[in-house]
Design a binder for this molecule. Structure first.
Ligand code: SF4
Length: 423
């Protein structure tokens, strides 16, 4: 039937899952593999007790939620230790709702993307104070009602904890689906992402949606990896059109494959960058070139004094409560204009320190230590590091942002970023 004017044309069959038998077979193969090969991870252990039952045990819900937030942009191996400490400290929603931002930042220190921890705590507080401690039960409500819960996290919680048959799309799923269906258009474009969400929802197993979603992500993390996929061991290799293309020089024949790859298919690789046979299945997915991170320079000073027991102490100041690294502690720091000469840098930093210590600081007394580079997701930051030892007690200006003297041990236990630990 003709489409109503304005509706986008459906994608060619090469890029779709439309055969119910194939979908059924793929679900079965993937779940059987997952049951046998899934990694033993702490947030999965709790759920094992509930195998076969969906549960509304609040500790299981919290485990799913915390782990899904921590796993965004972060490797499993890094997350495990943070997750265990977090759940030990705040095993219930109520406990988490009562945590302070300072405590959350201290525990999150080093995990990066700090707003995740902050918003997780805010959302717990909201569930306890505004929702009578009842978590929303559908992906739609989770996303609508909880700060920091986006489409992916909402789908993960709803499918894993409540058995809602909703698909999820994260970086691993993008890679697997693009390869299964030879999608070579820019995988970060909204049009492609929408198609992948549609596909994930068509594929998700109706009786075990949470396991299916985890299996697809697990496949991407352990078998269908970015650079060296283990296609020979892949449980869904017979459904994979990229693999077929690699082996036979063309994708699996499908009825209207002729529609594809010529004449501007919106999901095929662009005509200017066609299939490159030496890349095999890693032709997919493709991303538009990343934007270059912004270049910034910041002068920072490790200001030291002798504490009352003779041990050295260091001045830490707190960052503003919003923006990059919100609420974290750092050595007194000052953003620098690019191209500023060393002498001017030193003078600007000395002026800045004067405001903290309320005593004259001679630019010449600052000792240059070196430079530390830290790459945030969107900023290439260079810290120009100086040090200065002060004699006697130094009164801090209470009118300035919060500041405190810490020992080395206290520094390591404080809410400081990885960049400051490098400094
Ligand atoms: Fe990925 Fe290879 Fe499996 Fe295809 S066959 S899904 S490319 S691991």
């Amino acid at each position: 039937a003709a489409l109503p004017a304005g509706d986008p044309a459906p994608p060619p069959s090469l890029h779709l899952f439309s055969d119910p038998d194939e979908i059924e077979a793929l679900r079965g193969n993937l779940l059987a593999w997952y049951d046998k090969c899934k990694r033993d991870l702490p947030w999965r252990r709790l759920r094992c007790r509930w195998r076969g039952h969906l549960c509304s045990d609040p500790s299981v819900l919290l485990a799913v939620w915390v782990s899904e937030i921590m796993l965004q942009q972060t490797q499993v191996a890094t997350v495990i230790d943070y997750y265990n400490r977090w759940m030990q400290k705040w095993p219930t929603l109520q406990a988490l709702a009562e945590a302070s931002l300072e405590e959350v930042n201290e525990l999150w220190a080093g995990l990066g993307y700090y707003s995740r921890g902050k918003r997780l705590q805010e959302a717990a507080r909201k569930v306890v104070s505004e929702l009578a401690s009842q978590m929303p039960r559908t992906a739609e409500d989770l996303q609508k009602l909880l700060p920091g819960v986006g489409r992916y996290t909402a789908g993960a919680i709803a499918s894993i904890s409540y058995g809602q048959a909703t698909g999820v799309v994260d970086g691993n799923v993008i890679r697997v689906l693009c390869r299964l269906r030879c999608i070579g258009a820019d995988s970060s474009s909204p049009a492609v992402i929408d198609r992948l969400w549609d596909m994930a929802s068509v594929l998700v197993d109706r009786s075990r949606p949470g396991d299916f979603n985890q299996a697809l992500m697990e496949l991407g993390a352990t078998v269908c990896t970015p650079k060296a996929p283990l296609c020979g061991e892949c449980p869904v290799k017979q459904h994979c059109r990229a693999r077929h293309r690699k082996l036979f020089g063309k994708p699996t024949p499908v009825p209207d494959v002729e529609d594809c790859g010529v004449g501007g298919c919106p999901l095929c690789p662009p005509a200017t960058e066609p299939w490159e046979s030496s890349l095999g299945v890693t032709n997919f997915p493709r991303k538009a070139a990343k934007k270059q991170p912004r270049v910034e320079r910041t002068a920072t000073c490790v200001l030291e004094r002798r504490g009352c027991h003779g041990a050295p102490e260091y001045l830490m100041v707190q960052r503003p409560s919003s923006g990059l690294l919100a609420g974290l502690w750092e050595f007194p720091s000052l953003p620098l204009a690019l191209g500023l000469q060393e002498e001017k840098q030193r003078e600007a930093l000395a002026d800045h320190l004067r405001a903290w210590t309320r005593q004259p600081v001679a630019a010449g007394s600052l000792q240059f230590i070196g430079e530390v580079i830290h790459v945030f997701s969107h900023i290439h930051q260079t810290y120009v590091v100086y040090s200065l030892s002060l004699d006697g007690d130094v009164a801090l200006d209470p009118a300035s942002s919060p500041s405190r003297w810490v020992t080395e041990e206290e520094f390591h236990a404080s809410a400081v970023s990885t960049a400051m630990k490098k400094v």
